[in-house]
Design a protein around this ligand. Structure first.
Ligand code: AMP
Length: 313
């Protein structure tokens, strides 16, 4: 977009009186206000990128925003801690929040608009619809009833479908860190014909390998150190998979976790697209995913193992 076009859009984005602009990104709290703001953007044919988040932003979120900024003319970030995706006994009440800082980080990373609705705005009285992807994708790994359960993904797909309907993005950005979530959303988009392209961006890590997560804030010092075992375990899986069998690779991963005193909820290898179980490396990418309690946090991480190109090809 030209500088002039950009200025025009900024002027447009800054007009109106339904919100304040204190940080460089326009903050909107109502679906109606958001639609009104985006209407002229859409009418002009400008592309809209959406980055859904639950806030407490870190570099992982910022990488999605930067990707959106690079590709789209208008960038919307949603900031909503979605109660529907937390089970009873999960961490909804203590989920970390810092809206003021989030607004500054979002603006710095390229958000034009931050949509930060209340729970009542998203789930008004009488709300009784759900969007559900059925089958393996939502029943294994985190969707297994002994872990978070399929209701978790139903909460995710319901809110993401609502965001897609409210924002009408051309592209929506998700992180590989939540690989199962990305696979579920891709299936929802395909099954329900949402006119949006899904981009899945690489996992951003701390220098010591720990996958960035808002929940890392729960980690006190000794646990923060132990938490590095998750990425080490996945590194061991990757290295061993290149040389040996998938089973020995998973064994190597389990040993790393055990050495740090971590008992995983799961460490499993699955087809990266269907999440069906796999027992050997073959033609298709394999997702190795781990979830484990570490101190006060439940952490997840994963690695994609791509089929090896035979020598000479
Ligand atoms: P959350 O706020 O945790 O719901 O995450 C919002 C989006 O950011 C999701 O698409 C996540 O997959 C993505 N995300 C979270 N952590 C990371 C990370 N370390 N690297 C890349 N993307 C991430």
């Amino acid at each position: 977009m030209t500088r002039e076009g950009m200025d025009l859009m900024n002027t447009k984005l800054l007009s109106g009186d339904t919100s304040s602009r204190t940080t460089g990104a326009r903050v909107l709290r109502s679906k109606r206000g958001l639609r009104e703001e985006l209407e002229p953007v859409r009418r002009r044919g400008a592309s809209i990128g959406l980055v859904p988040t639950m806030g407490y932003l870190h570099e992982g979120h910022a990488s999605l925003l930067r990707a959106a900024r690079a590709e789209c003319e208008a960038v919307v970030m949603s900031l909503f801690v979605n109660p529907a995706q937390f089970g009873p006994g999960e961490d909804l009440d203590r989920y970390p929040r810092d809206e003021e800082r989030d607004l500054a980080v979002a603006a710095e990373a390229g958000a034009d608009i931050v949509f930060a609705p209340s729970v009542a705005e998203i789930y008004p009285d009488g709300f009784s619809s759900r969007v559900e992807v059925g089958g393996t994708l939502t029943e294994v790994l985190d969707g297994d009833r002994s872990h978070r359960g399929p209701e978790h993904f139903r909460g995710v797909t319901t809110v993401v479908a609502k965001l897609f309907n409210t924002v009408g993005p051309d592209v929506a950005y998700f992180g590989q860190k939540d690989a199962q979530q990305a696979a579920v959303i891709q299936r929802m988009v395909r099954d329900l014909d949402f006119p949006v392209r899904i981009e899945v961006m690489p996992t951003v890590r701390e220098p010591d390998g720990l996958a960035m997560s808002s929940r890392n804030a729960y980690l006190e010092r000794p646990d923060r150190e132990r938490a590095t075992a998750l990425s080490r375990a996945l590194g061991a899986v990757e290295a061993e998979a290149a040389a040996g069998s998938l089973e020995s690779a998973l064994e190597a991963g389990r040993r790393e976790l055990a050495a740090a005193g971590i008992e995983p909820e799961y460490l499993e290898a699955r087809d990266a697209a269907s999440l069906e179980p796999v027992t050997a490396l073959g033609e298709r990418p394999v997702l190795v995913a781990v979830a484990a309690p570490v101190g006060a946090a439940r952490l997840i991480d994963n690695v994609l193992i791509h089929p090896q190109t035979p020598p000479g090809r």
